[in-house]
Design a binder for this molecule. Structure first.
Ligand SMILES: C[S@@+](CC[C@H](N)C(=O)[O-])C[C@H]1O[C@@H](n2cnc3c(N)ncnc32)[C@H](O)[C@@H]1O
Length: 269
């Protein structure tokens, strides 16, 4: 199902990699992933999340703080029972691995533009096809997927639509306006308001919202390292002042925060 990122022709397995009939060849990395992001499609030397963000997110997620979010996502994926699925913007693969566990007989792919993320992600579930690739040019055939996941990631809607077969769908998971509110109140004098449904205006013709739900729970973060990781894996890690961040991390009492997620499922007619 892989398509050449340079000419879109089908890629087939060759010695330690994949190649297309035009002779474009991509080696498999020692860790097992394929790098299908040609240098001419990169807009910086190391695009996507950097090592510090990837490691902070990995440690925070591995500690289980967002386990209910992943569990619900895996249940929703299993209900759709796709033959082929892709996690677009998979990061270091925490959610991807749980989708894979819920879909043991499906053909699973995961991609991210960050090399540091994919290098770590592919260790979680070697049976998946892990790709360094751009979500703007996903190296997979048109109409080849029944389920796409986009978790806390930017999204190229038209490209997602191109990948889906009719009846297939995209599960988008993201924060509601109340997500981490107590943390934001500590970090900023004025908490930025945002609406959590502005992505609905971006849904392309031919796709429609088929299901929506929210998941909310409270976290109590007693360890300074957990609070530091939470800050480092979000934009608050650079947006908030160093002084406010230090106050949050070093506070004597646990940080009690609301986790509030929205799951939207869009189907291609
Ligand atoms: C907030 S992280 C979410 C990662 C993962 N889904 C999770 O929730 O743990 C957003 C991810 O999108 C990736 N990303 C950003 N732009 C991208 C692009 N154009 N193509 C593919 N991935 C991209 C980043 O590298 C990062 O890993």
């Amino acid at each position: 199902m892989l398509a050449c990122p340079l000419c879109s022709a089908p890629l087939t397995a060759v010695d330690n990699g994949v190649a297309c009939p035009a002779g474009h060849r991509f080696d498999r990395a020692r860790q097992g992933y394929l790098n299908l992001l040609p240098v001419q499609h990169k807009n910086s030397r190391d695009p996507g999340d950097n090592l510090a963000m990837v490691e902070a997110r990995r440690d925070f997620l591995n500690a289980g703080h967002y386990a209910p979010v992943a569990k619900r996502l895996a249940e929703l994926a299993a209900e759709r029972a796709p033959a082929r699925w892709v996690d677009i913007g998979c990061g270091e693969g925490y959610y991807t691995a749980q989708i894979a566990d819920a879909l043991p007989h499906a053909d699973g792919y995961a991609l991210d533009i960050s090399k540091e993320a994919v290098k770590r992600a592919c260790k979680r579930t070697p049976a998946l096809t892990w790709l360094i690739a751009s979500m703007a040019r996903v190296p997979l055939a048109s109409g080849s997927c029944q389920f796409l996941a986009s978790v806390f990631s930017p999204l190229d809607w038209e490209e997602a639509k191109r990948l889906l077969s009719p009846g297939g769908g995209l599960m988008k998971v993201g924060p509601t306006s109340g997500h981490l509110m107590e943390l934001r109140e500590r970090l900023y004098d004025e908490v930025r308001e945002y609406t959590d449904d502005k992505h609905l205006a971006l849904v392309p013709d031919g796709m429609s919202l088929a299901h929506s739900e929210t998941l909310e729970f409270t976290l109590s973060l007693a360890e300074p390292q957990d609070r530091a990781n939470l800050l480092a894996m979000t934009p608050h890690g650079w947006r908030a002042s160093a002084e406010r961040r230090a106050q949050v991390i070093e506070a004597a009492e646990p940080l009690v925060v609301t986790v509030s997620m929205r799951y939207d499922y869009f189907v291609l007619q």
